[in-house]
Design a protein around this ligand. Structure first.
Ligand code: SF4
Length: 346
């Protein structure tokens, strides 16, 4: 008989699975799996030896399997390649900010969206991740941090994949992560990124979970946006920003617009003027991200001067903008650099 992985089950699923044990055991085991970093029954020291042996005959506990780990030389970023039971693997990134530890997780193996500046989509979409697999990414990193007496403080869902194209699994995962028997993570500490799937933004509003929504805009007009983001031919800038406005109004959360600066493509003063016009008066922040190099893509990094000028223009024209602090560029762990398979293709 093949063994079953208990990781990823909800408390009530665990209670059902372990129904021949007293109910409190499921809670105790959930705490070990989700909060106390146990990756085997042997570590669950408040269970009798006999019970641990019985459990390990039928079950195992696995978040995700570490394939490779890369650390940046400044020690601030760690990139993990994590594999799941079918061998599919994704990258998960830990960023040690001065305000806490953030984890960036992937939601799909590969991505179908085809954004022109992004490495994650080079091989298309392989498959969606399941809720337990997304939870596995963050708990894997939390377990890694527990060994250093630290924990995950914030979650950004900006890794490989378009989260809102894996909507039902994403919502199940977010609700599981919010449960007090897992990490009990506040929705306010979670950012969900999207390239602008308008109907799914509306579905997210209806879920009433006040995560921060981060919309990848990357261009201030439809012609340019369609040239670098194929999704724009389905949902125009106007439709995406309208959905962002609805999100801000319904949730009370300020929407973040991501704008990757591509040297000579979207980084001129005229582009800044157009951007400030379309976001004028909105409850929004703009994150400016100087493009990160991807071998197969031909985009140039903008000059420091053009980044500063763009930033200055927005902030002096009523738009709240920041230049995103760079993490992990040297280990290809920065925005747009994540891939699905392995590090050797970098
Ligand atoms: S930027 Fe996001 S949505 Fe676009 S291709 Fe990359 S992973 Fe997919």
């Amino acid at each position: 008989m093949s063994k079953k992985n208990l990781f990823g089950l909800t408390l009530s699923e665990l209670e059902t699975e372990l129904s021949d044990l007293p109910k409190f055991r499921a809670k105790q085991i959930a705490a070990w799996i989700y909060q106390r970093g146990a990756e085997s029954f042997d570590e669950m020291t408040d269970l009798s030896k006999n019970l641990r042996e019985k459990l390990s005959e039928k079950y195992f506990v696995q978040t995700a399997r570490l394939v490779t780990q890369l650390d940046s030389s400044d020690g601030l970023t760690t990139k993990f390649l994590l594999a799941f039971s079918d061998g599919a693997a994704v990258e998960t990134v830990l960023m040690r900010h001065d305000y806490g530890n953030s984890v960036c997780i992937s939601t799909q193996v590969g991505c179908a969206m085809g954004c022109k500046f992004c490495a994650s989509t080079l091989k298309g979409l392989e498959r969606d991740l399941k809720p337990a697999e997304m939870l596995g990414e963050i708990i894997f990193v939390n377990n890694f941090l527990l060994k250093q007496n630290q924990k995950v403080d914030n979650l950004v869902i900006m890794g490989t994949g378009e989260p809102l194209m894996n909507f039902d699994n994403l919502i199940k995962f977010l609700r599981l992560l919010h449960e007090n028997y897992t990490l009990g993570m506040s929705y306010r500490k979670i950012t969900v990124s999207t390239c602008g799937i308008v109907p799914a933004i509306k579905k997210l509003i209806a879920e009433k979970i006040p995560v921060t929504l981060s919309i990848s805009l990357h261009a201030p007009n439809n012609k340019l946006r369609s040239a670098i983001m194929p999704i724009n031919s389905a949902f125009s800038i106007e439709q995406v920003i309208k959905a962002g406005d609805e999100y801000a109004e319904e949730t009370g959360r300020r929407v973040t617009y991501e704008y990757t600066l591509l040297g000579g493509v979207n980084d001129t003063e005229e582009h800044a003027r157009q951007l400030s016009k379309i976001l004028s008066g909105k409850s929004a922040n703009v994150n400016l991200i100087p493009v990160n190099p991807v071998d197969e893509r031909n985009f140039q990094r903008p000059t420091n001067n053009s980044v500063k000028k763009f930033f200055h223009f927005l902030n002096t024209h009523g738009i709240n903008a920041v230049i995103r602090k760079e993490f992990g560029t040297e280990i290809n762990a920065a925005c747009g650099q994540l891939r699905n398979k392995n590090f050797s293709i970098d």
